[in-house]
Ligand binder design. Structure first.
Ligand code: PHE
Length: 334
């Protein structure tokens, strides 16, 4: 087969092979085989130098024409294949912006935390600041500094969780109320004092209205001329803020070793009177324990159970509902 025939055959066959290439890689293979550096075309071109001038010119022209012709067909095919690849990639990546979004399930604070935050907010609005203290407490702060006698039943191991800290100078226990922070705070700060202390407390108690761990908020106001009227006004305000502006309260005489006089605050809610909290005027003995001058200073303190507030507000009659892991219960109080 002479050279011209070989070129003519290539010209006849190549377009079909180019058209058959369905990917860029296939096209590049066809290109290499037809007009690439190792193709018959390149071989012929390399042989030109050894040919007579007339033949060289004629064959050279044919070679150039053919390469130009095939190159153009290859380029057109390359354009097409690249466009198709791009379109396929875009289609694969397509985002349907009209699809409805996935709405993540949002968490929320537990009801107990919500109530705690709300009570804190009511007092912060009155100018109180927030203090917190340790859950593992010494006997001194939990009992002695609060004027609770050595013989008081609350000190018994049947009522209080004592911790085994080994050979330490003082018994360590899980605090049974937030009141130890009264003493801790006054020891560390000069008067006046206006604080609330939210926190977890522990007692050996377990029934429909008691759990071994529960929450309280302590309040303490100490200044130069605080009276029982301030206590009543402040706590009545708190009850109205928490349970509604028309809520009635009554103060019933009570006893706590660290307040004198002491009272329980009851509120009328859901058709009956309910006990909400304990309170009283700070006992001068407590001031003496922390180095405050009982001649110059007076104050009031109160301690309110958070679970109790939540139960009163929502008419929950079993405290254990608050600690039930069944979300259907808690979701009602989002
Ligand atoms: N600490 C008391 C209790 O847990 C409540 C209380 C606090 C009473 C402050 C008076 C003053 O029952």
């Amino acid at each position: 087969m002479d050279d011209v025939t070989r070129l003519e055959r290539l010209r006849a066959e190549a377009p079909e092979r180019i058209a058959a290439a369905s990917t860029i890689e296939e096209l590049e293979a066809v290109e290499a085989e037809t007009i690439g550096r190792r193709s018959p075309v390149a071989e012929l071109r390399r042989s030109l130098g050894g040919r007579p001038p007339e033949e060289r010119r004629e064959l050279g022209r044919r070679l150039n024409d053919l390469v130009a012709e095939l190159s153009e067909i290859i380029e057109r095919r390359r354009d097409l294949l690249e466009r198709r690849a791009l379109e396929a990639a875009l289609a694969a990546d397509a985002v349907d912006v009209t699809l409805p979004g996935r709405i993540p399930r949002r968490g929320t604070s537990h009801l107990i935390q919500q109530v705690m935050d709300e009570v804190v907010d009511i007092f912060v609005a009155l100018g109180y600041t927030v203090a917190t203290g340790p859950e593992a407490e010494t006997e001194f702060y939990n009992f002695t500094a609060l004027n609770i006698p050595e013989t008081h039943p609350a000190r018994l191991t049947s009522d209080t969780f004592y911790l085994d800290y080994g050979d330490v100078p003082e018994e360590i226990l899980l605090r049974t109320h937030t009141s130890p922070m009264q003493a801790r705070y006054m020891e560390a700060h000069a008067p006046p004092v206006y604080i609330v202390v939210p926190g977890r407390v522990f007692r050996r108690d377990s029934d429909a209205t008691h759990t071994p761990a529960f929450h309280q908020i302590e309040g303490l106001a100490v200044d130069e001329d605080i009276t029982f009227a301030d206590l009543k006004g402040t706590l009545a305000h708190f009850v109205r803020e928490f349970l509604g502006p028309d809520t009635e309260t009554k103060f019933i005489p009570h006893y706590f070793p660290f307040t004198e006089p002491s009272a329980e605050v009851h509120a009328y809610a859901n058709g009956r009177w309910l006990e909400l909290l304990g309170c009283g005027m700070v006992d001068p003995e407590v001031f003496r324990h922390v180095g405050y001058d009982p001649q110059r200073l007076t104050g009031f303190a109160f301690g309110v159970g958070i679970e109790r507030l939540a139960m009163v507000r929502h008419g929950i009659d079993d405290i254990r509902a608050l600690y039930d892991p069944d979300l259907r219960i808690l979701e009602q109080y989002r």
